[in-house]
Ligand binder design. Sequence first.
Ligand SMILES: [Zn+2]
Length: 538
Amino acid sequence: MKKDRIYLFDTTLRDGQQTPGIDFSVEDKIAIAGMLDEFGLDYVEGGYPGANPTDTAFFARKRTARAKFVAFGMTKRAGISASNDPGLAALLDSQSDAICLVAKSWDYHVRVALGCSNEENLESIAESVRAVVASGREAMIDCEHFFDGYKANPDYALACATTAFTSGARWVVLCDTNGGTQPAEVRAIVEAVIAAGVPGANLGIHAHNDTGQAVANTLAAVEAGVRQIQGTLNGIGERCGNANLVTLVPTLALKETYAERFDIGIDTDMLTGLTKLSHTFDELLNRSPDHQAPYVGASAFATKAGIHASALLKDPRTYEHVTPESVGNLRKVMVSDQGGKANFINALKLRGITVAKDDPKLDRLIQIVKEREATGYAYEGADASFALLAYRTLGTVPDFFHVESFRVMVERRYDANGQLKTVSEAVVRLIVDGETMMSVAEGHGPVNALDLALRKDLGKYQSEIADLELADYKVRILNGGTEAITRVLIESTDASGARWWTVGVSDNIIDASFQALMDSIVYKLLKNRGEAGKAAAE
Ligand SMILES: [Zn+2]
C-alpha cells in the first residue's frame, strides 16, 4: 500500500519567536535553520522579511539546502492592489522558496481588526495568492482563528479556505490561534473543510497548546485528512506554545497506527538525531532541557530499578514503549549497561572516531563523561569539548601550548573627568615551544579581557587562530546564589564557516570561561590539522 506523505513545517523561527524571553539574533536563526534543514524537515519558516532588520537580513540569502525556505507575512491590504502593497513587495523580494500569508478567516476579526468587508478580505486572499504564484513560489495561506471563526460563521470560514485553494494556494493551513479547540472539534471541522472542496492533500494544521492538546489536535487533524503539520522545536511559542514537532515526529514515525499509513520524510537513521536536535536547541536558548519531555527527556527512558529490578535487568524493553536508540536517547537503568556503551560508540563514530567495544579506554571515557556531567558539564551542547575529551582519552592531542598562569583584574573608579568607569585587564603567561610569553589586554569585561590576552600571542600558532571568532557566550548558574556552580558555553566560528561549541564549569565564572576558551582554541588548532573536521561540521 502506498503511504500518504505528511509534510513537516517548522515555525520555530517565526511563531516560536513569540515565546516570552526568546529573541533570536540573525546568527541564532542561521544556526537553527541549519539544524532543522539537516534534520530533514520539509519547510523552515524564517520570519517576516521587511518587518524588522533581523528578519530582512536573514532573508537576504536562502538559509536552507534541502528544506523549502518560507517567508511569512500578511495578505495585501484592502483598497490597494497586490502590486502596490509594500508588505507583499518585501516578501516577494526575499530569497524564499515559499511564502506563507496569514489571512483573517473569522468575520468578527475582518470587521474589527481589518475594518474591511468580508468580500474585500476574500479578494485580498485571492489576489495575494495569485501574486505569490506569479512570482514562481509556492503559496500558502494561514487561516488565522479558523476554528473559532468556523464556530461563529462556518460559511465565511469555509469561503476563506476555498478561495485560497481555488486561487492557487498549495497549502491552506487551518490555525487554532487561541489554542482552545478540542480534538473532536478539530476532526469534525477539518472534515467539513474537505467536504467543502479543499482536499486533505492541500490542508495544513497549526495548533497551539493552551489546553495541553496541541499534539493531540494535530493528530486529530491528520486523522481527518490534513497532510501538512506545523509546529516548533520543543513546542516553544506564544503563551503555552505550539505543537511540539519533537513529540509529533517520533510519534508519526514510530507508532504503527501512523507509520503504516504515513511517510514523513524522516527515515529511522535521521530519527536518531532527534534527541541531539532538541538538546542542542535548548542549549542555544540557554535553558535546561526538560527531563520529562516525551522521547528526548533525560528521564524518558530512565527507570528506578526497585521491585522491577530483575525484570529490568533481563529485558529493559518490557518497560519501554519505543527503544531509546530509535530517537538517539539513552536508557538509564544501570551505569555500565550495554545500551549506554553502544550509544557512546555511535556518538564517537559520528565524529570520525572508531573504538573497539572492549577497549578499556572507552570505559575510562564513559566514566569521565559521567563524572563531569554530574558536576555540571553538558556535552550535548558542546560538541567540540566532547570531541577533545574523546581525543585526549582515546588517543593524544598535541600539547600546542601551556598556560602557566593568568590574572584578571576588574577596577571600578572615577576617571579624570569624574565619570564612573569599570576597567577590566587580563595578564596571561603561556609557554609555546619552551618559550615563555606574557600578554596583557584590556577588554569589555573580564572574560573579554582574558580572551584577548589569551589570543594576543600564541607564538608560532598565532596566524592559525587569526580567523577564530567567538560567536556567542552563554552563562548558566546551575544552583542559585553567588556560591553557585557556573557553566559557560562558547560558540566559535572561523573563516571556513564552521561553528563549534565548547563548555567550561567552575564555581568561578572566569575559570569556567577560561576552560571553554582554551577548548575552543585547541579545537581550532586540531581542526586546522584536519583532525576535527567531522565534528566541526555538526
Ligand atoms: Zn501560531
